[in-house]
Design a protein around this ligand. Structure first.
Ligand code: FE2
Length: 429
């Protein structure tokens, strides 16, 4: 399906304007002004709008997506009720329903220019139905979407009697990444043990790690420290991700001043999930209510790669969402108060290039440089900041040089009393 394509007069995320991008045989062959293409090459006029590498979601749960209301709605709005609710739903899951819901979500994702998703998959159901289903989905969507699966022991690696055996079975079946949930183990000590066991398994098998880590409001939760320690001890630098890290929001500042350099030393990646963190955390607070999102600007300043993930769409933990990573960036920007021009651009990076680094896609052709895969999204916005502000329309989504999704430009026809009729294109949705 690799194809040729010339995109003319685009603005690039780094601010370069009036640039053309030439794709040959599915790869970027040239970027510059006034490029020419072989005869017959399809051409897209970008008209000065933003051409970006596709959106990447570094943290998602595709086994639970689109199950909202099954078997009932989360009444307390807490993480723990969500886990209990998911436990009620699990025995009733069927492979067909899992595949259908996941494929529907992938359709939404592609239409939104989201072409790579790291999804956790619960391995605590001994049938491993969800693993089988998502491996099948990964195979089906491979021509247009990169999926990476994380074996996720939702009920605790040590707390759930068959989780470790199931983890190994899932990895043998082809799941890519080792997950964990140390804050859900029975004690802080068992949480640290689970981190050690899982990192040792990753070292043994040469795999990446991505753990739900310290997803609580407990300022004394210390599992990301254990994750940094084991990563450093086992030489897993750059291959390990701490997801959520919400307890960092509540930690003592002195302790964080020690923790950040340890995370940077281990080259940990961090994933915040703004929509979910702001929704699930702080539920035990009266006022003031904590926001619960990890310390994104401070992590970035310490040299830690930070991505924003969507985490949930219409499932036991979150009733909204649409696969729109600009909505995720928009919320992250607000919650972290990242309002300078440079910080707003960092929020765009958090759902594109930084998320690609979490998944290791930067080593596999992701990016907007010559030689990279010709994968793009053309946005109805003139720069990254405007794209976030408007949650911009995706005009065109390209995979390996071929257009795979298009949306008509949003145009509002205004007929206002006392004013000439006009067309406005840059209105928020
Ligand atoms: Fe998650």
């Amino acid at each position: 399906m690799n194809a040729n394509l010339l995109i003319q007069n685009a603005t690039l995320p780094d601010g370069r304007m009036r640039h053309d991008v030439l794709a040959l045989e599915g790869r970027i062959a040239a970027i510059g002004m006034n490029l020419t293409a072989p005869e017959g090459t399809p051409t897209i006029a970008a008209n000065g709008q933003l051409l970006s590498p596709p959106f990447v979601d570094a943290h998602f749960h595709m086994d639970a997506t689109l199950s909202y209301g099954l078997p009932r709605v989360n009444q307390s709005g807490t993480l723990l009720e969500g886990i209990a609710l998911w436990g009620e739903l699990k025995p009733h899951l069927t492979q067909q329903a899992l595949v259908e819901r996941a494929l529907t979500y992938c359709d939404w994702a592609v239409a939104k220019g989201l072409l790579a998703i790291r999804t956790h998959v619960d391995i605590c159901d001994d049938r491993l139905l969800a693993v089988e289903a998502l491996l099948e989905v990964k195979r089906q969507v491979a021509p247009y979407l990169d999926m990476q699966l994380v074996a996720f022991p939702q009920d605790g690696l040590l707390r759930s009697p068959t989780a470790l055996a199931n983890m190994k079975r899932a990895l043998d079946m082809g799941v890519d990444v080792i997950g964990g949930i140390p804050h859900f183990e029975r004690s802080m000590a068992e949480g640290a043990d689970s981190v050690r066991i899982l990192c040792e398994l990753a070292a043994e098998r040469g795999l990446r790690v991505d753990m739900h880590c310290d997803e609580s409001d407990d300022p004394m939760s210390r599992h990301v420290e254990a994750l940094a320690l084991q990563t450093h001890r086992l030489g897993l630098h750059g291959r390990v991700t701490g997801s959520h890290l919400t307890s960092m929001h509540s930690m003592d500042n002195y302790y964080v001043s020690k923790l950040l350099p340890l995370m940077a030393e281990a080259q940990l990646h961090a994933v915040a999930n703004p929509l979910i963190n702001i929704t699930l955390q702080g539920r035990h607070d009266t006022y003031p209510k904590r926001r619960g999102m990890t310390r994104v600007p401070e992590l970035l300043a310490a040299g830690v790669n930070v991505a924003f993930g969507h985490d949930c769409v219409m499932d036991p933990w979150y009733s909204l969402g649409s696969g729109d990573m600009l909505e995720v960036a928009h919320m992250g920007l607000h919650v972290a108060q990242m309002t300078s021009q440079a910080q707003m651009r960092q929020c765009f990076d958090a759902v594109t290039v930084n998320a690609a680094k979490v998944m290791g896609l930067d080593l596999d052709g992701y990016g907007l440089t010559v030689g990279c895969n010709a994968d793009f999204v053309l946005l109805q916005a003139h720069d990254a900041v405007e794209a976030i502000r408007l949650r911009a329309n995706r005009l065109c989504v390209v995979r390996r040089g071929r257009v795979i999704a298009q949306t008509a430009p949003l145009l509002a026809q205004l007929s206002l009393p006392g004013r000439p009729a006009q067309t406005a294109w840059n209105l928020p949705r």
